[in-house]
Design a protein around this ligand. Sequence first.
Ligand code: ZN
Length: 198
Amino acid sequence: MDLNSPIFDRIRVKREPRQAEPERAKVVCDHPGCDQPGAHRAPMGRLREGQYFCFCLDHVREYNANYNYFNGMDDGAVSRWMKEDTIGHRPTWAMGVNRAGKNFREDPAAFRDPFGMFGGRTPRPRAEDKPSPYGIAARKALTALGLDESADGPAIKARYKELVRRLHPDVNDGDRSGEDKLREIIRAYNYLRTAKLV
Ligand SMILES: [Zn+2]
Protein backbone atom coordinates (compact mmCIF):
# COMPACT_ATOMS: atom_id res chain seq x y z
CA MET A 1 0.00 0.00 0.00
CA ASP A 2 1.49 3.28 -1.12
CA LEU A 3 0.19 6.07 1.03
CA ASN A 4 2.78 8.39 -0.45
CA SER A 5 1.19 8.08 -3.85
CA PRO A 6 0.04 11.37 -5.37
CA ILE A 7 -3.47 10.01 -5.45
CA PHE A 8 -3.61 10.11 -1.67
CA ASP A 9 -2.23 13.61 -1.46
CA ARG A 10 -4.98 14.92 -3.61
CA ILE A 11 -7.85 12.80 -2.47
CA ARG A 12 -8.16 13.06 1.25
CA VAL A 13 -10.14 10.53 3.18
CA LYS A 14 -11.14 10.28 6.80
CA ARG A 15 -9.98 6.85 7.71
CA GLU A 16 -8.45 3.54 6.77
CA PRO A 17 -9.80 1.75 3.72
CA ARG A 18 -12.64 -0.68 4.08
CA GLN A 19 -11.68 -4.26 3.49
CA ALA A 20 -15.07 -5.62 2.58
CA GLU A 21 -18.06 -4.19 0.86
CA PRO A 22 -19.77 -2.06 3.46
CA GLU A 23 -23.43 -1.90 4.25
CA ARG A 24 -24.10 1.10 2.13
CA ALA A 25 -27.12 2.48 3.89
CA LYS A 26 -25.17 3.17 7.07
CA VAL A 27 -22.03 4.42 5.37
CA VAL A 28 -21.14 8.07 5.38
CA CYS A 29 -19.16 9.66 2.57
CA ASP A 30 -15.43 9.15 3.00
CA HIS A 31 -14.63 12.70 2.01
CA PRO A 32 -13.47 14.70 5.04
CA GLY A 33 -16.19 16.90 6.50
CA CYS A 34 -18.95 15.34 4.43
CA ASP A 35 -21.85 13.72 6.22
CA GLN A 36 -23.82 12.63 3.17
CA PRO A 37 -24.55 8.94 2.69
CA GLY A 38 -21.65 7.22 0.96
CA ALA A 39 -23.73 5.35 -1.54
CA HIS A 40 -21.16 5.40 -4.34
CA ARG A 41 -18.22 3.10 -4.37
CA ALA A 42 -14.95 4.19 -5.89
CA PRO A 43 -12.06 1.81 -6.49
CA MET A 44 -8.93 2.64 -4.53
CA GLY A 45 -6.70 1.79 -7.43
CA ARG A 46 -3.83 -0.32 -8.51
CA LEU A 47 -2.57 -2.83 -5.93
CA ARG A 48 -5.72 -2.21 -3.93
CA GLU A 49 -8.10 -3.96 -6.26
CA GLY A 50 -11.32 -4.95 -4.59
CA GLN A 51 -11.06 -2.11 -2.06
CA TYR A 52 -13.29 0.90 -2.28
CA PHE A 53 -13.97 4.29 -0.89
CA CYS A 54 -17.56 5.24 -0.35
CA PHE A 55 -18.55 8.73 -1.41
CA CYS A 56 -21.65 10.73 -1.88
CA LEU A 57 -22.53 11.55 -5.48
CA ASP A 58 -20.69 14.87 -5.52
CA HIS A 59 -17.56 13.45 -4.02
CA VAL A 60 -17.51 10.30 -6.11
CA ARG A 61 -17.64 12.57 -9.15
CA GLU A 62 -14.74 14.59 -7.81
CA TYR A 63 -12.84 11.43 -7.03
CA ASN A 64 -13.51 9.94 -10.45
CA ALA A 65 -12.44 13.15 -12.15
CA ASN A 66 -9.09 12.93 -10.42
CA TYR A 67 -8.78 9.21 -10.48
CA ASN A 68 -5.89 7.83 -12.44
CA TYR A 69 -5.29 4.16 -12.08
CA PHE A 70 -1.79 4.55 -13.43
CA ASN A 71 -0.81 7.40 -11.18
CA GLY A 72 2.90 7.40 -10.56
CA MET A 73 3.68 4.99 -13.38
CA ASP A 74 5.66 6.19 -16.37
CA ASP A 75 4.55 5.33 -19.90
CA GLY A 76 6.77 2.27 -20.08
CA ALA A 77 5.38 0.94 -16.84
CA VAL A 78 1.84 1.58 -18.03
CA SER A 79 2.34 -0.31 -21.26
CA ARG A 80 4.04 -3.15 -19.40
CA TRP A 81 1.15 -3.23 -16.98
CA MET A 82 -1.37 -3.38 -19.80
CA LYS A 83 0.55 -6.19 -21.44
CA GLU A 84 0.71 -8.07 -18.17
CA ASP A 85 -2.98 -7.49 -17.66
CA THR A 86 -3.71 -9.83 -20.55
CA ILE A 87 -1.83 -12.65 -18.85
CA GLY A 88 -2.96 -12.03 -15.32
CA HIS A 89 0.15 -10.33 -13.93
CA ARG A 90 2.02 -13.55 -13.58
CA PRO A 91 5.68 -13.86 -14.38
CA THR A 92 6.16 -15.66 -17.66
CA TRP A 93 9.00 -17.11 -19.64
CA ALA A 94 10.28 -14.86 -22.34
CA MET A 95 9.02 -16.08 -25.69
CA GLY A 96 11.50 -17.23 -28.29
CA VAL A 97 14.24 -17.72 -25.77
CA ASN A 98 15.31 -21.16 -24.75
CA ARG A 99 15.77 -20.17 -21.18
CA ALA A 100 15.85 -23.71 -19.89
CA GLY A 101 18.63 -24.62 -22.24
CA LYS A 102 20.48 -21.43 -21.44
CA ASN A 103 20.20 -21.95 -17.73
CA PHE A 104 21.34 -25.51 -18.00
CA ARG A 105 24.29 -24.54 -20.13
CA GLU A 106 25.43 -22.31 -17.33
CA ASP A 107 25.65 -25.39 -15.14
CA PRO A 108 26.70 -28.19 -17.48
CA ALA A 109 27.10 -30.65 -14.63
CA ALA A 110 23.38 -30.45 -13.97
CA PHE A 111 22.38 -31.15 -17.52
CA ARG A 112 23.08 -33.62 -20.26
CA ASP A 113 21.97 -32.96 -23.77
CA PRO A 114 22.23 -36.29 -25.56
CA PHE A 115 20.26 -35.19 -28.61
CA GLY A 116 21.85 -31.79 -28.98
CA MET A 117 18.45 -30.19 -28.60
CA PHE A 118 19.85 -27.22 -26.74
CA GLY A 119 22.89 -26.82 -28.91
CA GLY A 120 25.14 -28.36 -26.34
CA ARG A 121 26.99 -31.63 -26.53
CA THR A 122 27.16 -34.42 -24.10
CA PRO A 123 30.78 -34.75 -23.08
CA ARG A 124 32.41 -37.63 -24.89
CA PRO A 125 34.03 -40.34 -22.87
CA ARG A 126 37.75 -39.75 -22.73
CA ALA A 127 40.27 -42.24 -24.01
CA GLU A 128 41.43 -43.25 -20.54
CA ASP A 129 37.86 -43.99 -19.46
CA LYS A 130 37.16 -46.27 -22.40
CA PRO A 131 39.96 -48.02 -24.27
CA SER A 132 38.28 -47.79 -27.70
CA PRO A 133 35.37 -45.40 -27.83
CA TYR A 134 35.30 -45.36 -31.62
CA GLY A 135 33.51 -47.87 -33.80
CA ILE A 136 34.93 -49.30 -37.00
CA ALA A 137 33.47 -46.57 -39.19
CA ALA A 138 34.85 -43.85 -36.96
CA ARG A 139 38.28 -45.43 -36.96
CA LYS A 140 38.22 -45.68 -40.77
CA ALA A 141 37.25 -42.03 -40.95
CA LEU A 142 40.10 -41.07 -38.65
CA THR A 143 42.48 -43.11 -40.76
CA ALA A 144 41.30 -41.29 -43.87
CA LEU A 145 42.30 -38.06 -42.16
CA GLY A 146 45.65 -39.55 -41.22
CA LEU A 147 44.71 -39.65 -37.55
CA ASP A 148 44.37 -42.31 -34.88
CA GLU A 149 42.00 -42.73 -31.94
CA SER A 150 43.97 -40.37 -29.75
CA ALA A 151 42.71 -37.43 -31.82
CA ASP A 152 40.09 -35.35 -30.06
CA GLY A 153 37.49 -33.06 -31.63
CA PRO A 154 39.69 -29.98 -32.03
CA ALA A 155 42.54 -32.08 -33.44
CA ILE A 156 40.20 -33.66 -36.00
CA LYS A 157 38.89 -30.27 -37.00
CA ALA A 158 42.35 -28.79 -37.33
CA ARG A 159 43.54 -31.75 -39.41
CA TYR A 160 40.50 -31.51 -41.66
CA LYS A 161 41.04 -27.83 -42.31
CA GLU A 162 44.68 -28.42 -43.05
CA LEU A 163 43.90 -31.19 -45.57
CA VAL A 164 41.18 -29.19 -47.30
CA ARG A 165 43.52 -26.24 -47.61
CA ARG A 166 46.22 -28.48 -49.02
CA LEU A 167 44.03 -30.43 -51.46
CA HIS A 168 41.47 -27.94 -52.63
CA PRO A 169 41.79 -27.12 -56.35
CA ASP A 170 41.15 -23.47 -55.69
CA VAL A 171 44.37 -23.19 -53.76
CA ASN A 172 46.34 -25.45 -56.13
CA ASP A 173 46.10 -23.43 -59.32
CA GLY A 174 43.14 -25.51 -60.43
CA ASP A 175 45.00 -28.80 -60.02
CA ARG A 176 42.28 -31.42 -59.57
CA SER A 177 44.55 -34.38 -58.87
CA GLY A 178 43.70 -34.20 -55.17
CA GLU A 179 39.95 -34.15 -55.72
CA ASP A 180 39.27 -37.79 -54.98
CA LYS A 181 41.31 -37.58 -51.82
CA LEU A 182 39.53 -34.36 -50.87
CA ARG A 183 36.14 -35.99 -51.40
CA GLU A 184 37.18 -38.88 -49.18
CA ILE A 185 38.34 -36.50 -46.48
CA ILE A 186 35.11 -34.50 -46.58
CA ARG A 187 33.10 -37.70 -46.36
CA ALA A 188 35.19 -38.89 -43.41
CA TYR A 189 34.90 -35.57 -41.64
CA ASN A 190 31.14 -35.43 -42.18
CA TYR A 191 30.84 -38.89 -40.70
CA LEU A 192 32.79 -37.84 -37.60
CA ARG A 193 30.57 -34.80 -37.24
CA THR A 194 27.44 -36.91 -37.57
CA ALA A 195 28.85 -39.23 -34.92
CA LYS A 196 29.37 -36.14 -32.71
CA LEU A 197 33.08 -36.78 -32.55
CA VAL A 198 33.91 -33.29 -33.74
ZN1 ZN B 1 -19.40 13.50 0.17
